[in-house]
Design a protein around this ligand. Structure first.
Ligand code: ZN
Ligand code: ZN
Ligand code: ZN
Ligand code: ZN
Length: 507
């Protein structure tokens, strides 16, 4: 799965966030994130327990209903181990090291003692690691899942009233969907498990674990159902968690909800006012990055979740605009895939101006998209210096602007790649690229989606910097209303947007 995206940024700098394979993603795939002051402010468990009462909490003060979920188990990404508390995932300035292993970090005594049930088995293993690297998130997350599962199975959890503080669930981990047989027969999936299992036993010791079959059963459930945990600004992924009730919701490439995280607590949020969030047959969120063509999305979903997406977006032919060529005559998008035409050696007539587009030109567009996909997949630009990559990308954009339509997602992914490489003093260029990508973003993301809101906010900020008051307030007002709706008007990003809007209004 392609990994790309943007994260929160320090002043005048753009950065990217990676999306992990095999993970449901909450983190917004943004074209860019251009809010100078995000960082200053942002720097920022269920188990199945039989007989547990509360299922999920509810946010009451909001006009739209939201549902709150706690994880069965969760773990920080490798790069974030020193940035967040291992229990609450808070980003306190002064995290304190666990005196047992000197590796884990907590806000203080309270977090350490609440996190002890998960950390206990880790702490012992970490102590024996001495100076070696802490095992990766796959090992740590599965280790925590196995440990919790065993405590429940042994009946010990029942005797401990605090075993799952605030963590409750409707179902057990073994009740989750799992595709065990498919994963056993999928050579790549099996190899991945074998590798994790080997590291797991090396780290924790065979005795601390369940038998291999049980670990595989738990691994399948984890791999298919876990979620990415984002930072509180909804800008970058910091961990992975398994939420037994949240994964009851199915995927759609045109989702009507998103979920965001505050520490390990995930909140499912409607994108429009007509969503019955309790109804899992009509409520969907997206498991994948929505900034992708139908073909890419279908591939990602098949590879990790083994299903053919039949969502409303995947069955919508207007979606083919994302892979459209440019009509040489009228300069409008010309769809070359789908029911209207096929890309294989066939002339295509432009429905707008009736000009025939030759099969050679159609093939040129197809080849161009394949080429872009390949160079982005291989991260070739990361190996170049910023200036060389920028010039190369800029040349490609100029050349492909005559072949691909401006809404073409491959074209827009090149724009996405060039934005972080533009010098922050070139505000006009940055604004131009952001505006060029807007139409494509609107095809990919439903209204009120934070990715779209962040993009509009960035445009607003750039307009403000360029003294374009009217445009700035227009874009920032749009993003404000989207953020207020979906994240709430007291959310960190809503507050950030409000400050930018005030600044635009003061021009
Ligand atoms: Zn904490
Ligand atoms: Zn420890
Ligand atoms: Zn779909
Ligand atoms: Zn035309």
């Amino acid at each position: 799965m392609a990994a790309h995206g943007i994260t929160r940024t320090p002043a005048n700098e753009l950065a990217t966030v990676e999306y992990p394979v095999g993970c449901r993603m909450p983190v917004t795939e943004m074209l860019s994130e251009w809010c100078g002051d995000h960082r200053s402010e942002a720097a920022t468990n269920s188990p199945t327990h039989r007989g547990m009462s509360t299922l999920v909490g509810m946010e009451s003060e909001s006009p739209v209903e939201r549902l709150v979920f706690y994880p069965f188990a969760y773990a920080l990404l490798d790069d974030e181990l020193t940035n967040y508390c291992w229990y609450c995932l808070g980003d306190e300035e002064s995290l304190k090291k666990c005196s047992g292993c000197s590796r884990a970090q907590f806000c203080g005594k309270k977090c350490q003692s609440l996190g002890w049930k998960d950390h206990k088995i880790e702490c012992k293993a970490l102590k024996e690691l001495a100076g070696k690297n802490i095992p990766d998130v796959e090992v740590r997350l599965l280790g925590r899942i196995v440990a919790r599962h065993q405590t429940i199975e042994s009946g010990k959890a029942d005797k401990d009233p605090t075993f799952y503080l605030d963590h409750t669930s409707r179902r057990t981990i073994m009740e989750l969907a799992c595709h065990t047989e498919k994963m056993r027969q999928d050579a790549q999936a099996w190899r991945k498990f074998e590798s994790i299992y080997e590291r797991l036993t090396t780290f924790y010791g065979q005795k601390a674990l369940a038998d291999k079959d049980t670990v595989f059963e738990l691994h399948c459930r984890n791999y298919i159902n876990r979620h990415a945990i984002s930072d509180k600004a909804y800008l970058k992924e910091i961990g992975k968690g398994l939420y037994l009730d949240l994964c009851a919701y199915d995927h759609s490439c045109a989702p009507n909800t998103i979920y965001s995280c505050n520490g390990f607590i995930a909140t499912l949020r409607p994108l429009s006012s007509n969503v019955n969030i309790h109804d899992t047959t009509t409520t969907f969120y997206s498991y994948i990055d929505l900034f992708a063509s139908k073909e890419q999305r279908k591939r990602m979903l098949k590879e990790t979740w083994y299903f053919d997406c039949q969502c409303s977006r995947c069955s919508d032919d207007t979606e083919h605009v994302l892979t459209s060529a440019l009509c040489d005559s009228c300069k409008k998008p010309l769809c070359i895939f789908g029911s209207r035409a096929t890309a294989h050696a066939q002339d295509t007539t432009c429905p707008n101006c009736n000009t025939v587009c030759s099969k050679e030109r159609v093939m040129e567009a197809v080849k161009t998209m394949r080429f872009i996909d390949r160079i982005l997949e291989r991260n070739e630009f990361d190996l170049m210096s910023t200036a060389i990559a920028r010039n190369f990308l800029s040349d490609l954009l100029t050349r492909y602007a005559t072949i691909l339509s401006p809404v073409n997602i491959y074209y827009c992914r090149l724009i996405q790649a060039i934005i972080p490489r533009i010098d922050s003093t070139d505000q006009e260029d940055l604004l131009g690229y952001h505006l060029d990508a807007l139409e494509c973003m609107k095809v990919c993301y439903p209204l009120n989606h934070p990715a779209l809101a962040f993009h509009l906010m960035n445009i607003g900020i750039l307009c403000t910097n360029l003294n374009k008051k009217e445009e700035a307030t227009d874009y920032l007002t749009q993003s404000q209303s989207m953020l207020n709706f979906v994240l709430g008007d007291d959310h960190f990003m809503s507050n950030a947007n409000r400050k930018h809007l005030d600044r635009a209004n003061a021009l």
